[in-house]
Design a protein around this ligand. Structure first.
Ligand code: PGA
Length: 247
């Protein structure tokens, strides 16, 4: 069994002083974590966070990456730029990017491809809306989203991380039940197995209101290989409790 991964997604939160305080508290509270840990910070803070995290057990992550290599793409950040700051992971296809920035499955797949080509591990987010769940379309939606990434990336698919994030659970305090999450993770694992003999190596994270109180139960489910944590990753004690739950 691979080590679990607990990744914080700070979203558009933080500032120089707050980042330093948060990372200091996380680093001083971590006692040789038994799982992999990452924080996905806003791009302007890579330069600040890289030295703070250097040599430590917490990897640096980004919240997005451009599908393009270089050039006239105002506002975008390339994978080479991420590499310049030691970034190990890049979230792609977060539902907030799909919803507010019009990112579709094809674009998400090419972002994942660009990240892989540049040596950054994409954390590919999939997940259904409440309306889709209520219409019994959860399986169809997450499979379609992952299929686009599999189709474009072929055998490299074993190098990605997948995050199942039901849209209705993100930032709402409503968590998927362990059974609901386990069922979808099982669907995603089966889809990966059909695509690569190394499917077991692919970590499938759960995200959506995971917190210090519910993490242990979710992380105990088969095929839940870690968590992508929004709100609770901004509070060091909560994030540390989640990390401890993944041991
Ligand atoms: P949340 O966010 O933990 O605040 O629900 C998770 C995410 O969006 O990655």
């Amino acid at each position: 069994m691979t080590k679990k991964l607990i990744a914080g997604n700070w979203k558009m939160n933080g500032g120089l002083a707050a980042n330093q305080a948060l990372l200091n508290s996380i680093l001083s509270g971590l006692r040789g974590p038994a799982c992999d840990v990452a924080v996905c910070v806003p791009a302007p803070y890579f330069a600040q966070c890289q030295p703070l995290l250097a040599q430590g057990p917490v990897a640096l992550g980004a919240q997005d990456v451009s599908a393009h290599e270089t050039g006239a793409y105002t506002g975008e950040v390339s994978v080479a730029m991420l590499k310049d700051f030691g970034v190990r992971y890049a979230i792609v296809g977060h539902s907030e990017r799909r919803q507010y920035h019009g990112e579709n499955d094809a674009l998400v797949a090419s972002k994942a491809q660009r990240a892989l080509a540049g040596g950054v591990t994409p954390i590919v987010c999939v997940g259904e809306t409440l309306a889709e769940r209520e219409a019994n379309r959860t399986e169809e939606v997450v499979k379609r989203q992952l299929a686009a990434v599999i189709h474009l990336n072929g055998h490299c698919i074993s190098e990605i991380v997948v995050a199942y994030e039901p849209v209705w659970a993100i930032g709402t305090g409503k968590t998927a039940t362990p059974e609901q999450a386990r069922d979808v993770h099982g669907v995603l694992r089966a889809q990966l197995k059909a695509a690569t003999p190394h499917a077991q190596r692919v970590k499938i994270l759960y995200g959506g209101s995971m917190n210090a109180g519910n993490a242990a139960q979710l992380l105990a489910q088969p095929d839940i290989d870690g968590g992508l944590i929004g709100g609770a990753s901004l509070k060091a004690p909560d994030f540390l409790t989640i990390i401890a739950s993944a041991a």
